[in-house]
Design a protein around this ligand. Structure first.
Ligand code: HEM
Ligand SMILES: [Cu+2]
Length: 677
């Protein structure tokens, strides 16, 4: 065989030697300094791991905020120890030996910030930032991203976002409290300056009167201080519309703007890398579905995020310089507080927000769909059923995703004919979703699936996505949605798709690719205990929300026991809260497993799962530049269960041999039997 690689290598995809800095010939050892290796690294793997750890920290924060929400909903009248000391301004006194309970404003802050943190600082950075960065170049056989510097920047511009997010908890009035959807006018009404000045004048007059009889020194000490420039500006952001729609909301907008810029940088990079930097032979239709999921997500981000970013700027301008994009023509009045006249339209925000945020919900699941497909094929030891329909369904889901945003606004007073159009478009999404589900099932069907922490989480993804998708169809039906809109039914739906699906997909991804990221295995027993307990407790936490929703329990209410018709449901609320607390505790198992394995896990070798895709050809963890030599791709990603091939599978880089036949019931290779510790 005289150089078979040269003569038979297909030449589709980019010729990487023409990419400055991406040629794979020659071994590059990369930078050696501490900062250039670990902090301001240009290496996609380090950047991916930075996203992974940042997401992990925010996941803990978001989880704590959620437990605060559950505390209030389970026991709305309980005073909490320490609460008043920690949050003096946000505690509400009730006569109790315990002290104080949380105020309604504090509660709205909890659920707003829980969702904000989980969506923008956990799920999106984990799926796109961590897995996207780590996996894309490895899976397409590239040395790095197309634009390594932009890649580094996409991580570091998240930091101002982190700072604004965390700082917002400490500003006057606390963090944002108008929901993750930030609907004006609740979120955007700002205190007009004249009122602030009138308040200042009145205070000056009152104190002057009180001071008439005091000694000159006392007068000087008690005299109201002229507000400084910073105070004046901060005052301007205060709003009586909702406690926290003042400074906290401004910080919220800034945090989201930075997170959006970060994602846009990432998306440009991912699109370019996937289109231009694939190894020879890696045609689009040979790409693993993980890469397809990341690619489609990046396109969605590139098209939808600018709309959100513009909307965020518009709200920011409304709040800071007094534009009236979202202020209705008559303005607003609360008691003796008035804004000037407006001329804008609060509903405009909903259109802009959902035009982004409906596609965004797919940004939060398509990468997980791809990852789960890879994990299932590897552990079922069968070719993934229906590769092309899987790709086209993802494209269809993404495309339809742009014409369904109105299903979040059925109750906004839209024309019923418009509502019907949005309803039909939404229901159409169920079709590609069902195609994907049946293909996953057909992949599992008749296979001798190897149960590991990764494959169990992937199976959970599929089954729970069915429940979340089905509740989606109920809500998409306009007559039904009149009844269940803004109830706990919606909260159930969100959590089935985002927690029980996306998060389980992320867990599957972590258990599966951890060996590649860190060169060590995670503990299987701990992983499986974590999986089973989380699976049971998450269903115990979120399934009853469907029942609450049908019973009319509104979302975002501070105290359900104030309503007679909700009081009988309170035991259910407590059951969900207890389940949620236990689920929180169970995550300690995951953290212990993760950090213990990082240092003491069994060495994994290059390909612990006998998987076919390119990343498993590289050393674990892969060195700077990823591959020893340019991988050349001859096969699709899922050629498992091949009767005549060694280990029953054909890796993507195996030389073509001609006559292998798929044999779907072939057992897993013996190497997988040893995955038990
Ligand atoms: C068959 C697929 C799906 C359909 C038909 C569907 C339909 C809907 C509808 C109609 C609503 C609005 C309900 C209302 O507020 O009255 C909604 C809300 C929502 N959906 Fe879905 N959905 C589907 C899949 C997904 C997926 C895959 C995700 C995320 C990964 C998702 C995330 C959300 C979120 C976060 C909301 C709530 C937004 C909010 O008001 O806070 N959905 N869905
Ligand atoms: Cu939607």
């Amino acid at each position: 065989m005289s150089d078979p690689l040269k003569s038979t290598a297909p030449t589709n995809g980019a010729d990487d030697s023409s990419h400055a800095g991406h040629g794979l010939s020659g071994h590059d050892h990369g930078p050696t300094g501490f900062f250039s290796r670990f902090v301001f690294s240009l290496d996609h793997k380090t950047i991916g791991i930075q996203f992974l750890f940042s997401g992990l920290i925010f996941w803990l924060l978001g989880g704590l905020l959620a437990l605060g929400v559950r505390l209030q909903l389970g026991w709305p009248n309980q005073a909490m120890p320490l609460f008043a000391q920690w949050f003096p301004q946000l505690a509400e006194s009730i006569p109790s030996s315990w002290g104080t309970r949380m105020s309604p404003e504090f509660y709205t802050m909890l659920f707003t910030m829980h969702a904000t943190v989980m969506i923008f600082f956990v799920i999106v950075p984990w799926l796109g930032g961590a897995f996207g960065n780590f996996l894309i170049p490895l899976m397409i056989g590239a040395k790095d991203m197309a634009f390594p510097r932009l890649n580094m920047l996409s991580y570091w511009v998240l930091w101002p976002g982190f700072v604004f997010l965390i700082a917002s908890f400490f500003v006057d009035g606390g963090a944002a409290g108008s929901g993750w959807t930030a609907y004006p006018t609740l979120s955007s009404a700002a205190q007009p300056e004249p009122v602030a000045d009138a308040g200042w004048d009145a205070a000056k007059k009152a104190t002057a009167e009180q001071n008439a009889e005091k000694s000159p020194e006392k007068k000087a000490a008690d005299a109201p201080k002229e507000p400084g420039l910073v105070e004046k500006i901060m005052k301007r952001w205060d709003s009586p519309a909702a406690g926290q729609s003042g400074q906290g909301q401004v910080f919220w907008l800034l945090a989201l703007i930075f997170s959006g810029i970060s994602s846009m940088m990432g998306s440009v990079n991912y699109i370019t890398t996937i289109l231009n930097c694939r190894a020879p032979g890696m045609t689009l239709m040979r790409m693993p579905l993980t890469v397809w999921g990341m690619f489609i997500t990046a396109v969605l981000q590139a098209l939808a995020l600018p709309v959100l970013t513009v909307a965020l700027f518009m709200q920011l301008l409304d709040k800071t310089v007094g534009t009236v994009f979202f202020l209705p023509p008559a303005g607003l009045s609360f008691g003796n507080w008035h804004t000037g006249t407006g001329g804008g339209q609060p509903l405009l925000w909903q259109h802009l927000f959902w035009f982004y945020s409906h596609p965004a919900v797919y940004i939060m699941i398509l990468p997980a769909m791809g990852m789960v497909s890879d994990v299932l094929a590897a552990f079922c030891r069968k070719p993934l059923f229906g590769y092309k329909p899987m790709v086209f369904s993802m494209i269809a889901i993404a495309g339809l995703g742009f014409i369904v945003w109105g299903h979040h606004m059925f109750q906004s007073g839209m024309d019923p004919r418009m509502g019907s159009a949005f309803m039909v478009a939404t229901m159409l999404i169920a079709l590609p979703s069902a195609i994907k589900t049946f293909n996953w099932l057909a992949t599992v069907w008749g296979s001798r699936i190897v149960f590991t922490s990764a494959s169990l989480n992937a199976l959970a993804f599929v089954s729970m996505f069915v429940i979340g998708g089905l509740s989606g169809i109920f809500m998409a039906s306009t007559p039904v949605d009149i009844y269940i809109h803004d109830t706990y039914f919606i909260v159930a739906h969100i959590h089935y798709v985002l927690f029980l699906s996306s998060t389980f997909g992320i867990f599957a991804g972590i258990y599966y690719w951890f060996p590649k990221m860190f060169g060590r295995m995670m503990s299987e027993p701990l992983g499986q205990i974590h999986f089973f307990l989380t699976f049971i407790l998450a269903n115990a936490t979120f399934f009853p929300m469907h029942i609450l929703g049908i019973a009319g329990h509104p979302r975002r209410y501070y105290d359900p026991t104030l309503y007679d018709f909700l009081r009988p449901l309170q035991p259910l609320n407590q059951f969900m809260s207890i389940s949620a607390f236990l689920m929180g505790l169970v995550q300690i198992i995951f953290l212990v497993n993760f950090f213990w394995s990082l240092f003491f896990g069994k060495r994994s070798g290059n390909d612990p799962w006998s998987a076919n895709t390119l990343e498993w050809q590289a050393p674990s963890p892969p060195p700077h530049g990823n591959f020893e030599a340019t991988p050349i791709v001859y096969h699709g990603p899922y050629e498992y269960g091949m009767a005549d091939a060694p280990e029953g599978r054909v890796a993507q880089t195996d030389l073509p041999t001609g006559s292998l036949t798929a044999h779907s019931t072939l057992a897993a290779p013996s190497s997988l039997d040893r995955i038990d510790s």
